[in-house]
Ligand binder design. Sequence first.
Ligand code: AMP
Ligand code: GLY
Length: 421
Amino acid sequence: MLLGSGGREHALAWKLAQSPNCDTLFAAPGNPGIAEEAELVDLNIADHSAVITFCAGHDIGLVVVGPEAPLVDGLGDSLREAGIPVFGPNKQAAQLEGSKGFTKDMCAAANIPTAGYRRHDSKASATAGLDDFQAPYVIKADGLAAGKGVIIAETRAEAEAVIEDMFGGGFGDAGASVVIEEFMTGEEASFFALTDGNDVVAFGSAQDHKRVGECDTGPNTGGMGAYSPAPVLTEALQAEVMERIIKPTVAYMAAHGMPYSGVLFAGLMLTCEGPKLIEYNARFGDPECQVLMTRFTGDLASLMLAVAKGELAAADTPAFADETALTVVMAANGYPGVPQKGGAISLERVEGAKVFHAGTDERDGQLFANGGRVLNVTATGASVTEAQNAAYAAVDAIDFPTGFCRRDIGWREVKREAVHD
Ligand code: AMP
Ligand code: GLY
């Protein structure tokens, strides 16, 4: 059973359904795209006992948790206590995403490269603590803030206003504690690893596009497009990330009685001093998962079950197609502010791409927008440029008048490929 309802979960459902070892796939709450791959179940996934009752009644052999909130809320613990294998960490281990301060302290203790930092639990201490840093100031709400908890303030006055807002409740409980960090410069990339708490394997790289506007302008979003692999993360850099960041993390968590099981998603800054950890997520990225799943050639259900059961050492090494996968997010007008709901969508003319559903709904055979990020138009090619061309050809065949997308997904690599041609 797969939990979640976004484009990430549609990509997971699509791959899980292809697994020879997956006889039946349920999903809750799902979406119209996921419904093509799985039987949807009307379950409140925040209700742990309802999830356990359903699993027990349907002989569920594996639960795959897509989003972070249920993990940080301890759904992994509840399922494991009930004897149900689960892909995703327990509550304590999910602190790697749920508490930025926890992760920074872990990095300090395990000598993992990351930006210098200080934690503060009061407005007075945080304001005074700005003296330890220079502009631009990086200020982070400690807890989960739906991707909005990181503010980069250009001036001291702006930084003080951000601190005032965080301790004033502007970020809910997430802002009761803050982390102030040194500002790092470099190119960002994402790296994924699977671990069962003991063994760990690399699971690919990607680059996301967080800003809503072309040329990386405008407000931050959950991600407007991605591609995989990220050539900027060379084999040598990936090996360095595994040795200096991922493996020490897995070892630290195990040594401190909170073994991490699931996918570790490392957000990295490639600085002139080498790769440094920006943050961890306890789940796959969205839309990074869509491009990883497009390239993954293995049996996902068996691999995830091996992770869940602590048997990763005996599993096949994850294999990926050499080609590039690129996904373009189509969002509803208004996103990342209030998105326009109910706009009609037609996918009939799409060819040569896989369209994953995120915020869609279906009534009487008609597809509608029902969220901020709505569709993930995903194509492959021998280069980022080719994958980009194929993805935008499909975007142009989609009829979604109340939606928009960035037209430059992949620009960094497309520019580099043009130079090399
Ligand atoms: P996060 O939610 O932690 O990934 O942060 C969101 C974004 O803020 C990152 O993708 C970076 O672009 C930026 N960011 C976070 N921490 C730093 C830092 N210490 N230095 C520079 N940029 C940062
Ligand atoms: N696309 C960024 C994330 O999933 O956190």
